[in-house]
Design a protein around this ligand. Structure first.
Ligand code: URA
Length: 223
């Protein structure tokens, strides 16, 4: 780096300032990209599955750079899954402190009473603590099932399924059509597209500012 050999694997660099080369060949930072996948049911959100099940990576085009999923969707959940190589942005999307709304449509078993709906909206007690207040809207009711929209500003493991269990129901199908200002729109199931710059800007603009944060950790300089 900057003409010196560096052996510290934890060294932080400033990609826009420091000159970095490997075996004499200059390395350039990859452009930051964000991709949106319309995940079908049946794919696991992992790079490699020890049970050999299909993973979401099978659905990303070869042209995509190295990308990591932003949070996860259960195998049985469909909908919007974001991927990026920008770890600072990924952290902000998943950090409950930025309160980015994630919208789910859940078809739930049986009739959800008004009391159950109030509980879901006000916060239910889960094994890992109470949930934050959520926006809950009924889309359809029948004797067999109730379809609701749930907007969460946190993203715990299997949160929607566990919330429904806590009020005595069960999720039959779960879909995430939106994250913040981004909607799946007409993106076909099983396909992915790169977000335009204005979409990434809209995503960033939707974060609730966190006092004392907002800038990535400064790089540690080489001694
Ligand atoms: N909540 C769930 O229960 N599952 C998901 O995949 C996402 C949110």
């Amino acid at each position: 780096m900057n003409g010196r050999v560096v052996r510290d694997p934890d060294l932080r660099v400033r990609p826009d300032v420091d000159r970095i080369a490997c075996d004499g060949a200059p390395l350039r930072p990859a452009a930051k990209e964000v991709w949106m996948l319309h995940k079908p049911v049946g794919y696991v959100t992992t790079r490699a599955d020890e049970l050999g099940r299909a993973t979401v990576y099978a659905l990303l085009p070869d042209a995509a750079p190295w990308l990591a999923p932003v949070g996860r969707l259960d195998r049985d959940t469909s909908g919007m899954l974001l991927f990026t190589n920008d770890s600072e942005l990924a952290n902000a999307i998943t950090d409950p402190a930025t309160k980015l709304p994630k919208t789910y449509v859940a078809r739930c078993a049986g009739v959800l009473t008004d009391a159950a709906l109030r509980l879901l909206a006000g916060g239910v007690e889960l094994a890992d603590g109470p949930t934050r207040p959520a926006k809950v809207t009924v889309l359809e009711r029948s004797a067999a099932d109730t379809t609701i929209t749930v907007v969460l500003t946190e993203g715990r493991n299997r949160q929607v399924r566990r919330m429904l269990e806590a009020v005595g129901s069960a999720v039959l199908t779960l879909h995430r059509p939106r994250i913040g200002p981004l909607a799946l729109g007409s993106l076909p199931v099983g396909t992915a597209r790169r977000l335009a710059d204005h979409e990434v800007a809209a995503l960033r603009a939707a974060f609730t500012p966190v006092p004392g944060r907002g800038r990535p950790r400064p790089p540690r300089r080489a001694a």
